[in-house]
Write a protein that binds this ligand. Structure first.
Ligand SMILES: *[C@@H]1O[C@H](CO)[C@@H](O)[C@H](O)[C@H]1NC(C)=O
Length: 623
């Protein structure tokens, strides 16, 4: 008897102390295990698709949900609700219109230029139902870049939102020359070269098209093209296969989402976050989403309360704007329990918690085209992801030493890269192999090759270069440090420095331009700045430069600051030296070169004075 009690006590103490030890030493143990189990379960499902050559795509899942829960609300937009059945039926109509027209067939790619609205989704799904792939065009980009997008993905058809048709005025002729059919989401069109689509959709049958049309046997089949401002030149079309689209759609589920969740999507659908993760994730859960045309900080909490929003998608800027809103009374009264996104800085993160309560913020790291993804599923402040031994088996990545001044990875005498020590910052590389393929960019082997690094640790190995500097701490949390190379982020968009450099090079007085991003206290990302050499026989003209960048570049890519230089410093490998320029920033009291600031009210670049500089830092002068 006593023996029994003794045993029991020992057992209880034993279990208890294991629990305590585990809590102290491995506080995230169970969370990690549960999360990994989910990832593995999902991974096995995808493997089965591969082996049976029967892929249940995201759209297949949507159709299944529309049969299972037809009258459940799928989408809420500007106060109007659309059920799963509604969206399914309307996307059938879209499919039937194009089927009757007979101009596009299975395997074609079709470009979509639309802002957030329900028909974005209906057209997207409708085209997929015909077995087409859809290229999402960024609604900010201008003529030259837009034309280039068609070449990348080979689209011969373009569907344009009613509110965006004017933005095509200057390229309609070129589109016609390239024999691209343009459809507009209107009942009638004033131009003969633009065909109205809305009238036809309304008259079309909502009978489902044959599932055989959209069926696919391979996860590696492209389903979307999403344009990213890559590291070089014009936008690049990242190939999104069913594999990536299914992986992303599992995001909310992996983070613990359920069918009872209401997901708030304030980000543009032409980015992968809103379309693949947001819409795809809602479908996988069988949940409801609230789609916004544009994010509005002042409407955010009212929307959340009105629609009982439980999950929201964010980028860092968005949370900062919310924290900048004047304090209100019922700030903690809402049902929001989780945010999923990227780019939340620790200071904003803490303030967000203080003001709006205990909302788990799940940072997600992964580029549209990349083959690696990190998820901070425990919500630890400041980390973009979490790793451990098992995770490293699933995703093979490495952090290697990076020389900031030379702007390239450090190679040893043998020509190989070197791992950083734990806690040290290094360039994130992700191994390319059969389990982690890199699908590259449509229509350009060269661009695809540029994102790859070969012979990294051994002869013949291949890695995807993320261009991001990261550090891994003692607890296996991964933190984002900086971005290297030729891109930076501003206002939630990627800016390719070479694209901006090319555009600046067209200005008559500019001999050479070097574009980079500088940090502005109180802002996310980096503001565009260009160091410019003026041709000897010319003079700098702020007005001329303004008109040019206003015409040629989307707002987020226009350089905010200009610095005039006499000569350009080069790196050892004859690249433009950016490191010192980035470091010295845009402070007129420490830089002797002439500095200018983009000024929309003057429609010019104006001299950047100390007063202007101070008001930018104080947040009074909005950038
Ligand atoms: C939100 O939740 C409340 C309380 O659970 C409920 O009364 C209300 O009808 C819900 N609103 C919507 C739009 O679902």
């Amino acid at each position: 008897m006593f023996f029994f009690f003794g045993l029991l006590t020992a057992l209880v103490t034993g279990v208890f102390s294991v629990h305590v030890v585990q809590k102290l030493c491995f506080p995230y143990f169970w969370k990690d295990v549960l999360f990994l189990m989910k990832i593995i379960r999902y991974g096995i499902r995808l493997e089965i698709f591969k082996w049976t050559s029967k892929v249940v795509t995201v759209i297949d899942t949507f159709v299944q949900q529309a049969e299972r829960i037809p009258s459940k609300t799928f989408l809420i937009y500007e106060g109007v609700t659309y059920t799963y059945q509604d969206i399914n039926a309307r996307s059938n109509k879209v499919a039937n219109v194009f089927l009757e027209q007979g101009t596009i067939k299975k395997g074609d790619s079709v470009a979509l230029l639309m802002n957030n609205e329900p028909d974005f989704i209906c057209v997207w799904f409708g085209l997929i139902k015909l077995g087409c792939s859809v290229a999402f065009l960024n609604t900010n980009i201008r003529s030259r870049s837009l034309l280039h997008c068609f070449n990348c993905c080979g689209a011969k058809t373009l569907v344009v939102g009613a509110d965006l048709i004017e933005s095509l005025d200057d390229i309609l002729n070129s589109l016609q020359e390239d024999r691209i059919t343009v459809w507009v989401m209107k009942k009638e069109s004033v131009r003969t070269e633009v065909k109205p689509l809305l009238d036809k959709i309304q008259q079309a049958s909502d009978k489902p098209t044959s599932p055989a049309l959209r069926a696919t046997t391979s996860l590696k089949e492209p389903t979307l093209y999403i344009f990213t401002s890559g590291t070089t030149g014009l936008p690049k079309a990242a190939v999104i296969t069913h594999l990536q689209s299914l992986k992303a759609a599992g995001g909310f589920w992996a983070y613990g989402g359920s069918q009872d969740d209401v997901v708030y999507i304030p980000l543009p659908l032409y980015h992968s976050a809103a379309s693949l993760l947001g819409i795809g994730g809602t479908i996988v859960l069988g949940a409801t989403c609230v789609l916004k045309k544009k994010f509005s900080a002042s409407q955010f909490w009212n929307d959340c309360r009105k629609y009982n929003v439980t999950i929201f998608q964010y980028i860092g800027e968005l949370c900062r704007y919310l924290c900048h809103q004047p304090k209100a009374e019922r700030e903690k009264e809402h049902k929001l329990r989780m945010g999923v996104g990227n780019g939340l800085r620790p200071d904003v993160w803490r303030e967000f918690h203080l003001r709006f309560g205990d909302i788990k913020m799940c940072e997600l790291y992964g580029s549209t085209e990349g083959n690696l993804c990190f998820m901070n599923h425990v919500g630890k402040i400041g980390a973009v992801g979490r790793s451990n031994v098992f995770y490293k088996l699933l995703f093979q990545y490495d952090l290697v030493r990076y020389d900031m001044v030379r702007d390239e990875p450090v190679r040893n005498r043998m020509g190989f890269c070197q791992h950083v020590k734990r806690g040290e910052t290094g360039l994130l590389l992700s191994k390319v192999g059969p389990t982690s393929p890199f699908f590259g960019y449509a229509g350009s082997k060269e661009l695809t090759e540029k994102k790859l690094m070969r012979n990294v640790f051994a002869n013949g190995d291949i890695y995807f270069n993320t261009g991001d500097l990261m550090a891994e701490d003692a607890e296996d949390f991964i933190c984002f440090k900086d971005r290297v190379g030729d891109t930076f982020r501003w206002k939630g968009e990627n800016v390719a420095t070479t694209e901006v450099t090319d555009v600046l090079g067209l200005v008559d007085f500019i001999q050479e331009a070097n574009v980079y991003g500088v940090e502005v206290p109180g802002s996310e990302g980096r503001a565009g700045m260009a160091a410019v050499i003026v041709k000897p026989e010319f003079e700098f003209s702020g007005k001329k430069l303004f008109n040019h960048v206003f015409q040629e570049l989307p707002a987020y890519a226009r350089p905010l600051f200009i610095r005039l230089l006499e000569s350009m410093e080069m790196t050892g490998t004859f690249k433009q030296q950016k490191f010192n320029l980035v470091k010295s920033g845009f402070n007129p009291s420490t830089i002797c070169d002439p500095l200018y600031l983009l000024d929309y009210s003057e429609k010019s670049y104006v001299p950047l004075t100390d007063t202007l500089y101070d008001s930018i830092l104080a947040g009074e002068h909005k950038l």
